[in-house]
Ligand binder design. Structure first.
Ligand code: NAI
Length: 328
């Protein structure tokens, strides 16, 4: 039998945690041959709720689940960690300024980054889901100097999947017939879903749509503001779809992208496409042998350029803010 892979999930007692843990334990994250040990990290007040979720995980009798540990101590939860899903974060509450939000999350993601640096396994891979995801990932990465920077990623796969679905509806094809869609920039309302390199049933997507006004006025805002629309309709934020995207992100990272296709992920910029080096920005990425690679050489038209630049500028501003706050 194989040694279990240690999967650490923070914010395990939250909404996304509840949708995510069962998918991981059932084998959907790493595949049907990989036993898993779950390491749950919560704040002290939520440990009891996490224990309740762990009872339900026990009651599923998942064949691949070899154990569950629950802790409120990051050095314990990240000990030997191979895959870290950083979901727990400080949400924006009424009257909170952006600086307060960044500071509160710096207080979470800085120490978690350090705990990963000091205690995780050599092959650790980190996905940050908790918002502001890109900048939280940057903070964690900067506190983990001994871990290769490329192992820290931020989730834009939910945005990617939302864009796939909207484009499939508009063009009347199955999502499986769409390839090479890209989310650029920040996981925020400034993100840019780009169809200009995408293919719909083998045809260029922008030509298949042939409606620039729909792209600008409907598609882009629908994707970018989908989170708010879900809250409005459901009375609670997207949780199952976020958990699904986290599963997709890690599964792709480990198992690779299909030949000729790519996906979107927040990864450390190497300076490609004018995105300043070191920022964690969403790019078109392929995955192979457990590594993400930024797709190179795409031509960026004028429509796309301004939108990519605006979202990247927001990331630059967030980085400046957390630098000034002494968080990185
Ligand atoms: P939630 O509020 O239901 O759960 C968050 C959990 O994190 C709580 O149980 C809380 O106790 C825990 N937590 C807080 N600080 C912690 C710490 N220092 N260590 C460990 N656990 C801690 O929130 P939900 O709905 O599960 O969402 C989690 C995060 O994911 C939010 O920041 C949300 O904005 C973000 N999100 C990101 C998406 C993306 O596409 N990147 C999509 C949807 C949500």
């Amino acid at each position: 039998t194989r040694t279990p892979v240690n999967v650490t999930v923070t914010g395990a007692a939250g909404q996304i945690g509840y949708a995510l843990l069962f998918r991981i334990a059932s084998g959907q994250l790493l595949g049907p041959d990989t036993p898993i040990r779950l390491r749950l990290l919560e704040i002290p007040q939520a440990v009891k709720a996490a224990e309740g979720t762990a009872m339900e995980l026990d009651d599923c009798a998942f064949p691949l689940l070899s154990g569950i540990d629950i802790s409120d101590d990051a050095s314990v939860a990240f000990d030997g960690c191979n895959v870290a899903l950083l979901v727990g974060a400080r949400p924006r509450t009424k009257g909170m300024e952006r600086g307060d939000l960044l500071e509160a999350n710096g207080g979470i993601f800085g120490p978690q980054g350090k705990a990963i640096n000091d205690h995780a396994a050599d092959d650790v891979r980190v996905l940050v889901v908790g918002n502001p995801a890109n900048t939280n990932a940057l903070i964690a990465q900067r506190h983990a100097p001994d871990v290769p920077a490329e192992r820290f990623t931020a989730m834009t796969r939910l945005d990617h999947n939302r864009a796939l679905s909207q484009l499939a509806k508009k063009t009347g094809v199955a999502v499986s017939e769409i390839r090479r869609l890209t989310i650029w920039g920040n996981h925020s309302a400034t993100q840019y879903p780009d169809v200009f390199h995408a293919e719909v049933a083998g045809k260029n997507a922008a030509e298949a749509v042939n409606d620039e006004q729909w792209l600008a006025d409907t598609f882009i805002p629908t994707v970018a503001k989908r989170g708010a629309a879900i809250i409005e309709a459901r009375g609670a934020s997207s949780a199952a779809s976020a958990a699904n995207a986290a599963v997709d992100h890690v599964h792709t990272w480990v198992h690779g992208t299909a030949e000729g296709d790519w996906t979107s992920a927040g990864v450390v910029s190497d300076g490609s496409y004018g995105v300043p080096e070191g920022l964690i920005s969403s790019f078109p990425v392929t995955a192979k042998d457990g590594r993400f690679e930024i797709v190179q050489g795409l031509e960026i038209n004028e429509f796309s350029r301004g939108r990519i630049d605006a979202s990247v500028q927001e990331l630059v501003d967030e980085r400046t803010a957390v630098t000034e706050l002494g968080l990185i």
